[in-house]
Design a protein around this ligand. Sequence first.
Ligand SMILES: O=C([S-])c1cc(C(=O)S)c[n+]([C@@H]2O[C@H](COP(=O)(O)O)[C@@H](O)[C@H]2O)c1
Ligand code: NI
Length: 453
Amino acid sequence: MGKILYLECNSGISGDMTVGALLDLGADKQAFTKALQSLGVDGYHLHFGRTTKCGLDAYDFDVHLEDEGHDHIHGNDHEHDHEHDHGNDHEHDHGNDHDHDHGNAHDHAHGNDHDHAHDHGHSDAHDHSHDHPHVHRNLQDIYAIIDRLDSNNRVKAMAKRMFDIVAEAESKAHGIPVEEVHFHEVGAIDSIVDIIGVAVCVDSLGVDEIVVSPLSEGYGSVRCQHGVIPVPVPATANIVSAHGLKLRLTDNAGEMVTPTGAAIAAVLGTRKNLPSSFQILKTGLGAGKKDFKQANVLRAMLLLEEEEEAGENMWVLEANIDDCSGETFGFAMESLLEAGAADVWYTPVFMKKNRPAYMLSLICREEEISRMEDILFIQTTTIGVRRYPVSRTILDRKKRKVTTEFGEAEVKICTFKGRTFCYPEYESVRSICRQNGLDYQTVYSIIRREAEK
Ligand SMILES: O=C([S-])c1cc(C(=O)S)c[n+]([C@@H]2O[C@H](COP(=O)(O)O)[C@@H](O)[C@H]2O)c1
Ligand code: NI
């Protein structure tokens, strides 16, 4: 029963859409801006705003590079006068006193400790294929920037992995070694901000697992620094192929999945399918820059997995194994349980070739079969797994905390045909026994009595 982040990529995925969706979902904006300031990278400002996509209110996040068509004068009176020319219909026209009357409200934050807020407008229909000069950086330069980040190692590793994936995809597309990949668009500040931003935002949400839906992609071609290239662009196609992502082609003209977006999807996904039943705790929408016939948004959801339902159909996976050590078996069981197996057990068997062995059995939901098989093939020596569906009946159950004279204890309360059964949780019984030098049966009865009151 954990918290799951679900990224619904029905309009594709890009770096800024992901940051927008996560901030809309409640990711820590302060942690985000603070982390980016710690990079010491200058020459950009961030736009935090809202816009509408097919009538839906969505978070509009963008990174503007200040040497690319932006002339910012950051004097005392906060005068701005900048223009965008992205070869599309995204126009800014700022006055001097930061009191604009445009359709959408935006906050700005700068990479250089220079924070201010003002309103300005977006036409919402701009294409993101910027036609501006780019800083060229290789993977080591990017790593050096990420190492400066004032954040934890998990965030840094996540961001590096995303850049690794883009670099590998570019290397393949251009037929050059990874070390020789010089990021162009992807190496520019906006990609660094997007990738690091996503890592910081995800970390701040504190989720247990992440599910990424298939990625909807458009058709046709897109203009980038190389010239006009087909959609999915080669870097995206390489990432999708190398990381087993699923693409769902649509009849929208243009690019919906950017290489950065695909790399984010590849790194974030920890679980293939949604649980069979869940609560939606919160949703967030991150706006894309183009307009399609459907709302061009990335939807992020915070889900709470529900306890298994009674009468659920489950699967049993089994393997007879005669060449594994007890330690290996122990580790495999631990890994399977951690990955969501409802139970794992070993049965001593005599198998072919007169061999005493163990049958490893586990029970899991259908959507978990492939994850369980991955573990079985990687963590044990088995070279085959059999499976069959089983039905099971389970009682309605709830966990409850009770207070005893020795402290709090957890109890599972099960109901069946109007009757209630209270089962103290083993961990609670053990901890009270240990702390108070009591025996198991006594503590179990005390907790149970308390729960039945
Ligand atoms: O800059 C390079 S090398 C580049 C390569 C490719 C390939 O598929 S190869 C594609 N693009 C396009 O650049 C923009 C920006 O992508 P981000 O991932 O940085 O958002 C996008 O349109 C890519 O298709 C650039
Ligand atoms: Ni390229």
